[in-house]
Design a protein around this ligand. Structure first.
Ligand code: GLU
Ligand code: ASP
Length: 486
């Protein structure tokens, strides 16, 4: 392709999407770095005074919804707006969400903000990644490198966020932190509009399958039925007096499990999917389950491990007090450090590098080990003494080494194995693994208490290690179904 190369040898549009997503992730992970503490901190400290288990469960449910909504975001871009506009409006919703959270209106503000950010992220995140894919012609070899650079952008945003938003949020006040998250998203939008006008002029300007005539009626009917169902479900629960936070959490957990089952059944039954494609879907299912377990552990970095950081690690090191939110930089920091290392490693190994399913197995085993490691602090020192942060740092390091084996390849294998007829939902399907993992986390997190700490890490980590070993043992059969895709 004879395109102007101005961003590290990549199409100019990559720079626009890189910074848009960097700022979006800055606002998201900045907000998440303090949200847990904001929710359970006492009202007199500027928090919401929720119980810790509820706060942890809300973190997971929120994380789950943010990725589940990609299905809606994918649909809006495919059928109504095209990805360019969908990303823009998504960013606007996100910014508004952070602004609402910066106001002092307590729990109602939190819920309104959550709705805005869930819708906004669903519209922005998957479509921005989708546009990255469209920057390249099918035979363009720069595509994989482009995605690695984009993943770095995500993590640079996630790395800066806890340092700025987290520190100000915890040391000055939470609302200041949330305001900075909003400003970050504003920069992202500004940059998107100014640069994107030119650099993305040829991408996503129109919906790929616009909604026409008869379909509009079907759509209106389905949406009305869906809304009716939600109203009946929650209205019924309210009438019976059981519309509690727990009811809401449990409903989302059920949805998190149900949605992937629905999608995979649909793919395996669809007449538009060829039998060759169905084989690939079958091969994808074990990888998808592995991804769910992996993300379940990884995402606990901002819930259970954030709690561990605040309650169980020494708060002062060499006389300096460390805000707990700062531990949230470890995950993205190691991604930024390790991405080039792994890219070099795979390149050096060339054809000898492990196949996708083996990389998945390694990633899962590492995630498991990063949890198993955390069984030792309580075993060795009990739960009454705070332990050195080294434990947490080491745990994050092992986890992210695992992430390097699973996350970048996961996205690319999804695009290769998803049937043609489901192309518009490809990225949403990959994000569904993360959504399901957090729907599950909302349930298992309740088993984490000071007295069960060691056991919790041992069991959850152990499940991941065993899952990884099973996947490794099944690699031959999976490969048979995949065929010769790398
Ligand atoms: N942590 C990454 C992000 O925020 C990956 C999420 C995923 O792929 O599930 O973009
Ligand atoms: N590593 C996560 C995502 O990649 C970011 C984070 O959890 O801070 O890319």
């Amino acid at each position: 392709m004879n395109q102007e190369k101005t961003f590290i040898g990549q199409p100019r549009g990559l720079s626009t999407l890189f910074f848009t997503e960097m700022w979006e992730r800055f606002s998201y992970y900045g907000m998440r770095a303090i949200l847990l503490y904001f929710m359970y901190d006492a009202v007199s400290n500027g928090g919401l005074g929720l119980s810790k288990p509820t706060a942890v469960a809300i973190m997971s449910i929120y994380g789950s919804l943010v990725y589940m909504s990609s299905i809606v975001g994918g649909w809006i871009s495919d059928r109504l707006l095209g990805s360019y506009k969908t990303v823009f409006y998504g960013g606007v919703f996100i910014m508004l969400g952070h602004i609402v959270l910066a106001t002092p209106f307590g729990l109602p503000a939190l819920f309104i903000s959550m709705i805005l950010i869930v819708i906004g992220t669903g519209m922005l995140k998957s479509n921005a990644s989708g546009m990255v894919g469209h920057l390249y012609a099918p035979e363009d070899l720069r595509r994989d490198a482009g995605f690695s650079i984009f993943y770095m952008g995500i993590n640079i945003g996630a790395l800066l966020a806890p340092i700025i938003v987290g520190t100000l949020g915890q040391k000055v006040n939470y609302h200041l932190g949330f305001s900075i998250a909003a400003i970050g998203m504003f920069f992202g939008l500004l940059q998107y509009v100014i640069q994107g006008k030119k650099s993305l002029a040829h991408i996503g300007q129109e919906p790929t399958h616009p909604l026409l005539g008869e379909e509009k009626k079907v759509f209106t009917r389905n949406i009305s039925l869906g809304l009716l169902f939600v109203v009946v479900l929650f209205g019924g629960a309210a009438l019976l007096g059981s519309l509690t936070v727990d009811f809401f959490i449990n409903s989302i957990s059920v949805l998190g499990i149900f949605l992937p089952i629905y999608y995979f059944t649909k793919m395996l039954r669809s007449k538009e999917v060829t039998s060759e494609e169905k084989k690939k879907v079958r091969a994808y299912i074990p990888l998808f389950i592995a991804a769910i377990i992996f993300w379940s552990l990884e995402e606990q970095g901002s819930s259970i491990l954030a709690l561990f950081a605040a309650e169980r690690t020494q708060a002062t090191i060499f006389g300096i007090t460390i805000p707990a939110s700062l531990y949230q930089t470890l995950n993205p920091l190691f991604v930024v450090i390790l991405t080039p290392v792994f890219v070099a490693l795979w390149t050096k190994m060339g054809a000898r590098q492990p196949k996708t399913e083996v990389k998945f197995a390694i990633g899962l085993i590492m995630a498991g080990l990063s949890f198993v490691l955390l069984m030792f602090p309580s075993m060795l020192f009990g739960v009454d003494h705070r332990v050195s942060p080294i434990w947490l740092i080491l745990s994050f390091f092992i986890m992210i080494a695992g992430e390097m084996c699973l996350s970048p390849v996961g996205l690319s294998v999804t695009t290769k194995l998803a049937p043609k007829a489901f192309e518009a939902q490809t990225l949403a399907i990959w994000l569904l693994a993360d959504a399901s993992s957090q729907a599950i986390n909302a349930q298992i997190a309740r088993f984490y208490t000071p007295s069960t700490e060691g056991m919790y890490f041992a069991v959850v980590g152990g499940v991941a290690v065993i899952g990884g070993l099973i996947l490794y043992a099944a690699r031959g059969s999976i490969r048979q179904l995949i065929g010769n895709i790398h």
